[in-house]
Structure formats: C-alpha cells, structure tokens
Design a protein around this ligand. Structure first.
Ligand code: GLN
Length: 492
C-alpha cells in the first residue's frame, strides 16, 4: 500500500503545512496515481492538466485562515461526478448527448469547494444521467471495482467511489437520487453520505429526479466526509429548495463517543428480507453489537412501508427523469443529429442517437406513468405511497434517534449479472431509496468483508431531517472502534 495515496485529508494538510510537500507536488502525486493505475479501474472520464487545476482553486493558506474551515481543504485533491458542472469543463453525464457540452458556470458545490481551496482533478465516470446501480450504463467506459476487477463498483456514482477506494483521491462527489452514493460506497468499502434534501444546493447538478437528488460525499473516513460536506452545505440563493440554515462544521462533535442515551432502531424486516445475503446481514448484526457496546440502546423495529419503497421510487424517478431530460433535444445543449430535414426529425434523431438504451427505456416509462389516463394509477399513487413512507419514518423517529439498515442486499456483483433480469438491478435500491423519498439523511460505512471473495460490506445509519451531526458522530464512534476503514485493496 502506498501510504501517501491512502492518507486522510488531515494527514495531507499536515504535510502541506510542514512544507514536506508543496501544493503543486501534491497535485502531481495524485494526477500520477490516475496515470499509473486508472487504466485498470476506469474511474475518471478526464483528468485535467495541473496548471488549470491549480488556477481554478489555488489559494495561499493565509487567505483562508479566517474562513469557517480554516483552510482545512486547501490544496486537497478530489474528483467530481460528471453530472456536476465545473466552469469551462465538459459535463457529459456519461452520455453521448452531452459528450462535448461545456459548462459555462460552476455548480454551487464545485464553487464552494474551489473557494475552500480544494483541487478538482477531473470528472468521474457514472451511469448515464445517473440511471443505474453499476456504472454499466455509461456511454463511455466501464469502471471496475478496485477490490475485484471482475465486479462492478456499484452505481450510479461508481467512478467517484472507485477512485477513492483505490487511493487516487481522498474525497469525491457523487449524486444520490435513490442510493447512488451509498450503494457504491458500500461496494467499494468506503464512506458515502446522502444529506437531507435541501442541505446541499442542486444548482449546477444536472437533474435526474429533482425531488430526490442530493449531492453527497465519498471518502475513506467519516471525518473527511463531514469536512467536505461542511464546505458545500448551506442555503443557496440559486436553489430555492435549499434550507435556510446556518453553515455548520460537521466535524466539530466527532469525539469518538456516541451521544449519551442514544437510541438506535434496527429495521428487522430488512435483515430478513428475501434475497438478503447472509454474510451481509451477519456483518450488520455485528455492527449493531459494536454500537451497543459503545453505549447505544438497541431496539428491533419493523417498517411496514419498506416494501413499497422500490416500486414508488421506480415510478417517481422515471417520471421526473422523463420531464428533466426533455430539454435535451438538439436545440440548446450538446449533440444535435446532423442531416435532419424537419425540426421534428431533428428532435427525434438527436434523442434516438444521443441517449443510451437504459435512459430511453426510463423516459418511455416516465412518460407513460405521467400520461393522461395512467397518471392516477401510477404517478399519483406513487405520491401517496411516498407520503406513507415519510410518515412511517416520522413515527419511527418519535421514539428512537437513528435507524440502522443494510445499504445493499448483496456485495458487489459481476459485470452483466443482471443484464437479463432488470428487476433484480432495480431492487438494488430497496434499502436506499426510501431515504430519498423521505428526504432524510443517511450514511453508508464499511462494516466487514465477505469471507470467500473478500468483498466489502457496508451498512446505513439513517436519521430524521437535519440530523447530520448525530449521524456523523455515531458513524465516527463506530469507525473508531473498528478497523474496516483501514483496509485497502491490493495492488494500489
Ligand atoms: N439505482 C438507482 C437508479 O437507477 C439510483 C440512482 C441514483 O441514485 N442516481 O435510479
């Protein structure tokens, strides 16, 4: 293992402050990591040249001394999923339709990280328009799981997760509409968080499901995760769905201890669900024991609406995707199919040639569930089920503080495993998408490895709206009393 490659953000900052390394040398080191190893993994769609990276973000340490983060991210390299705009860079959403589309502005998340001095090295591969659970729907390339190159890294933010797991960068951004940060984090053995809806601005995040989308952070430790979120979170005039809350430092209560009297519920139905991998359930049972030994009181609870999550998400996400993607028709953004005779032909040909099969299938389903005559049966029913899911979470949180659930029912699967069984692929979202439907926050953290294949396992800690501080504190205490986050894949 290369120690510098797997260093935490604080360790890297120390090296910069002690002048063991300059900003420029640190950037070189991580750019070289991609050059040397990313051919095997395929995590990045593009790594920028060093001068332009530094030019976009570089700050003298002294200029950030009085900032909220006190320069703690200054000079620290990361990678951004290719559906989050970076000014002057391509934002392709891993789709042919935006292959050459250049953003004219920064997403608020990109802007705030640059303002904090973080270096954005490039663009991460993902499922096309974030539609998938394996990164296999990218129009450009496959991303391999660093723990086993014959397996997927999860999705849709698979490139962002794989890059952090392989020690190419200490942090990255993904977007989580139904689980796309948490599931790849679990598959790659790292930490992935999905904030409360409205905590992080969606300005400049190319929309998939606008009522579900949130930008989330990947990292190898809970502290690093909380630090990057602190730089991005908070109200933004450019996104009216952001919440009016003060900026916070989410690292401030990471003491290694849990809150006195913490009550944790474990959703028993989830552990007993059909198709649940035995090793995954037993790793989560072990994690619960650790939380108990840290002083938490554990209650077994059941969640009646859990079974409605995936179906509800299926309808809502497709409906919103179909609406959001209607803007890509060749007239404004990106690719336009040449040689069309009429305007209608141009729309048709552009969308036919520009979108991949998964996206086109979802657009068809989305328009169907929204269409006159069917909307009542599908879209409106999904809204009712969504409300019931929100209510049940609320009821559960009336006498517990946090919930524990698996992140995914299985560890990382092989490429093509679900090519003939799309329903199984959609069921990947089973435990993650209820959280998006309710708009609440959750984190996935590593809790073990499968015995035979040595594949990482993760579990989710879920809390009520705006409980990020409690989630991070609890996740951090768990992490500090286990060694899972110290494991690194071989060969990097
Ligand atoms: N797997 C889910 C889907 O395909 C989640 C995607 C996401 O969160 N972006 O829709």
């Amino acid at each position: 293992m290369n120690k510098l490659a797997f260093a935490t953000i604080s360790e890297l900052r120390k090296k910069l402050e002690n002048k063991e390394l300059s900003h420029s040398e640190l950037a070189d080191f991580f750019i070289k990591r991609f050059e040397e190893h990313d051919e095997k993994i395929g995590s990045a769609l593009e790594i920028f040249d060093k001068d332009s990276i530094l030019q976009a973000s570089f700050k003298e340490d002294s200029s950030l001394k009085s900032s909220a983060l006190n320069g703690r991210l200054n000079g620290i390299p990361g990678l951004i999923k290719d559906n989050i705009c970076q000014q002057g860079r391509i934002t392709s959403c891993a789709s042919k339709i935006l292959e050459n589309f250049r953003s004219t502005y920064d997403a608020t998340a990109s802007k705030r990280l640059k303002d904090a001095g973080a270096l954005i090295l490039g663009r991460a591969n993902c499922d096309e328009f974030a539609t998938g659970s394996s990164t296999e729907t990218s129009a450009f390339k496959k991303t391999m799981n660093p723990w086993d190159l014959s397996r997927v890294p999860g999705g849709s933010s698979g490139g962002s997760a794989a890059a952090v797991a392989a020690g190419f960068v200490p942090w990255s951004l993904g977007s989580d509409t139904g689980g796309s940060v948490r599931q790849p984090a679990a598959f790659c053995g790292i930490v992935g968080s999905k904030p409360t809806y409205g905590l992080v601005s969606r300005y400049g995040l190319i929309a998939y499901g606008s009522s579900l989308d949130q930008i989330g952070v990947f990292s190898r430790t809970v502290y690093d995760n909380a630090l990057v979120l602190s730089a991005m979170a908070g109200h933004d005039q450019k996104d009216s769905t952001t919440l009016q809350i003060d900026k916070k430092d989410y690292t401030s209560n990471l003491t290694g201890k849990i809150k006195p009297g913490l009550r944790i519920g474990i959703i028993q139905d989830a552990l007993n669900a059909d198709g649940m991998d035995k090793e995954v359930s037993s790793a989560i049972e072990d994690a619960v024991k650790v939380l108990e030994s840290l002083g938490a009181s554990i209650k077994r609870v059941s969640m009646k609406t859990l079974d409605y999550g995936a179906a509800t998400y299926f309808v809502t996400s497709r409906a919103e995707l179909a609406s959001n993607l209607s803007r890509f028709d060749g007239s404004k953004y990106g690719f336009r199919s040449p040689d069309s005779k009429t305007l209608n032909d141009m729309y048709f040909n552009t969308r036919h040639d520009g979108f991949g099969t998964e996206v086109k299938t979802r657009i068809l389903v989305g328009n169907y569930v929204l269409s006159a005559g069917y909307a009542g049966q599908f879209y409106e029913n999904a809204n009712k089920a969504r409300q019931a899911i929100r209510e049940e979470f609320k009821t559960l949180f009336s006498d517990i503080d946090l919930l524990v659930m698996p992140t995914a029912p299985v560890p990382a699967f092989k490429f093509g495993a679900f090519a003939m069984d799309k329903l199984q692929m959609d069921l990947q979202d089973y435990f993650t998408c209820p959280v998006n439907l309710a708009g609440i926050p959750a984190i996935s953290i590593p809790c073990g490895f499968t015995k035979q294949d040595n594949l990482p396992i993760g579990f989710q800690i879920i809390g009520p709206h705006l409980s990020e501080e409690l989630i991070f504190q609890t996740a951090h205490a768990y992490e500090q009393s286990t060694d899972w986050h110290k494991m690194t894949p071989e060969g990097f």
